[in-house]
Design a protein around this ligand. Sequence first.
Ligand code: N2P
Length: 387
Amino acid sequence: MMKKYLWSFALSAIVLAGCGKKEEPPVAAPAPVASAPAPAAVNTEEKVLNIYNWPDYVPEGMIATFEKETGIKVNYDTFETNEALHAKLVAGNSGYDIVVPGSVFAKPQIEGGLLQALDKAQIKNLGNLDPAIMATLGAKTDPDNKHLVPWAWGFTTVGINKTKVAKALGKTPMPENAWDLVFKPEYTSKLKSCGIAYLDSPTEIIPVALHYIGKDAYSNDPADYKLATDMLAKVRKDVRIFSSTMIDDIAGGKACVAIGWSGDINIAAARAKENKSKDEIESMLPSTGALIFFDTMAITKDAKHPNNAHAFIDFYLRPENAALMANEMNYPTANKAGVSLVKPEIAANKTIFVEADYFAKMIPPSSFSNEAREAMANAYNSFKKGK
Ligand code: N2P
């Protein structure tokens, strides 16, 4: 029992230490409902909800259950990068009610007025969330937790097809730091034969590269991006795929090593097993740490169905739905009430619910200025073009 929660305490400790506030009080659960409740407001919105989320993030059947229960028809679309979602929000009139940005992007989106404040009275399950995680989000990204509700969290790391990597490396032993497999020419020159894949997004790759060269992963200094891309240029010719279909690429054998997201790598591992592949796929815990992300639900400023959006957020926050997400998508949930419902084999998987000592090494998310993000995109695009 105790052990399960260690990561969340560790998380709040590092993140809060990082911003010089050691004793941030945890966010209080919403006050209990008064004895004479006001009659529930009638939701007169048309029975439609438009959701925009990452692929492979919602358990099968969850949307159908919500639709059946509420009579609300959900249009569920997916995006592959924070950049793609951000561009839609900045353009306006996205048509989406709920979006799920990473916290790194949610911060400028809140500041830019692209997301609306939640009506917490409509989200009675808010108290199920882990106060330590909410305090972290509140301190770094969303003051007073006004806009964001975590969907899941996870980390960007190295995924490998152990069988193929061992074969391609031959006599060269596995490096101590798994990041070497994707960034060090000594390894990439060998692994290119079985396929190296990178996520296809500046804000996924440059921060990891910055971390690898010993810089702040969330540096806002373009000079640092230059150093990161100098390092990346040395391995560019060895990178086969810039991927937006990483699960298939790893499980289907197109890539033997990848920079990817922890849960997706675990999904690929499970899929390979289902397909009776003899290859073993593993999500690594690099010795210098991996990069944590939080993906958060928010309601767009111009949402046409804000009441339906609140109803869905409340539905998702039921402990059993949070546990379903962790069980099926292999990402840890920020829903404390749901943690005890997570299957033992998922709870025990150290690449999903990582142990406290590894947690302490991980790099918590921060954010970038708009100018820095642009400079990063330019650096990334020239890296990708090989120029
Ligand atoms: C989707 C995972 C998204 C994680 N399967 C990165 N934000």
